[in-house]
Ligand binder design. Structure first.
Ligand code: CUA
Length: 327
């Protein structure tokens, strides 16, 4: 398993459908290889016969101009080329529907983690209704190991247009459709950060709608849950920034638990500093890029729905200092 490292890598880490590290991606890959092998064998036989006929029976000087003998009504030949393709198609239907049924009908065990992922232009809202957690762009899940399988079942919804949730190492694509709820599940066994992205064109910043699935050993995951369940830090050192934040319309779009900020359009900021990127992976979550983002969101993500609040440099610094407290 020498391909594990890329999983742990940065947001640009290369990801591949050919090296799945979780069900159901593993099962889908195996099925795809079987279908590819069968179709490849058919291609080789058909193309081989074609090339053979073209060469063996090509036009030669001195050939007669009349038609060669015509073959009609051979029951054996007609039966063979009817039954054989039927059998092949039947095998393909059986193995495919078995895999589809297995993936779609999987029931959540009592130990399962339940998350709801809501697509927005252009970021992912992530909720854990049973745990009382709201976050964005980074989906934390526990590992499943051989003994104690603990899959994560994900409800997919959209707040605006169609999106598609795709983390190639974990599972196939599943769309997020307005006014509809789709379901998927993952059961990764290997800790790491799994990069993924939106796979359905959803507007200007479709390409910068990145998702990260953070797979953690059970105890680390529990620790993350406990941290996220805390209310926002009540700091004293960034009172100016806090005042600026609440005096502006930031609060109309963003939530910070335990404060009057209860906006729903933008990502929840209660534990903003626990996330590694800003704007769904468009920039690393550093004080510098946070400053740049607040001063002019369009400079990082053209088309972003976050407006430029026209803050002064001093105000931007204060707000950044306040947001830095939201660990
Ligand atoms: Cu969201 Cu493409």
């Amino acid at each position: 398993m020498g391909h594990v490292e890329p999983v742990l890598a940065n947001t640009d880490g290369v990801t591949s459908i050919f090296h799945p590290l979780s069900q159901p991606a593993q099962e889908i890959k195996e099925l795809s290889l079987l279908v590819l092998a069968i179709c490849g064998a058919i291609f080789v036989v058909v193309a081989g016969l074609l090339v053979y006929a073209i060469i063996r029976f090509r036009h030669r000087a001195g050939d007669e101009a009349s038609e060669p003998p015509q073959v009609y009504g051979s029951n054996q030949i007609e039966l063979a080329w009817t039954i054989l393709p039927l059998l092949i198609v039947f095998v393909l239907i059986l193995v495919t529907s078995r895999t589809i049924a297995d993936v779609q009908n999987r029931k959540a065990p009592p130990s399962a983690v339940h998350a709801t992922v809501i697509g927005h232009q252009w970021w992912w809202e992530i909720r854990y209704p049973e745990l009382g957690i709201v976050t964005a762009n980074e989906l934390h899940v526990p590992t499943s190991d051989g003994g104690g399988s603990r899959p994560t079942f994900i409800k997919l919804q959209s707040a605006d247009v169609a999106h598609s949730f795709w983390v190639p190492l974990l599972a196939g694509k599943t769309d997020l459709i307005p006014n509809r709820e789709n379901l998927m599940w993952i059961a990764p066994t290997r800790p790491g950060i799994y990069p993924g992205n939106c796979a359905e064109y959803c507007g200007t910043q479709h390409a910068r709608m990145l998702i990260r699935v953070v797979v953690q050993p059970p105890d680390e995951f529990q620790q993350w849950v406990r941290d996220q369940q805390q209310s926002a830090a009540i700091e004293t050192s960034a009172a100016e920034g806090r005042k600026t934040f609440f005096a502006n319309s930031c609060v109309n779009c963003h939530s910070i638990s335990g404060t009057p900020a209860q906006g729903k359009f933008g990502p929840d900021l209660t534990h903003l500093m626990s996330r590694t990127t800003l704007a769904a992976g468009a920039a690393p979550n550093t004080p510098d890029s946070l400053r740049k983002w607040i001063r002019d969101p369009q400079s990082i993500k053209v088309g972003s729905l976050m407006p430029n609040m026209q803050l002064t440099d001093a105000e931007v610094d204060q707000v950044v200092a306040y947001l830095q407290m939201l660990k």
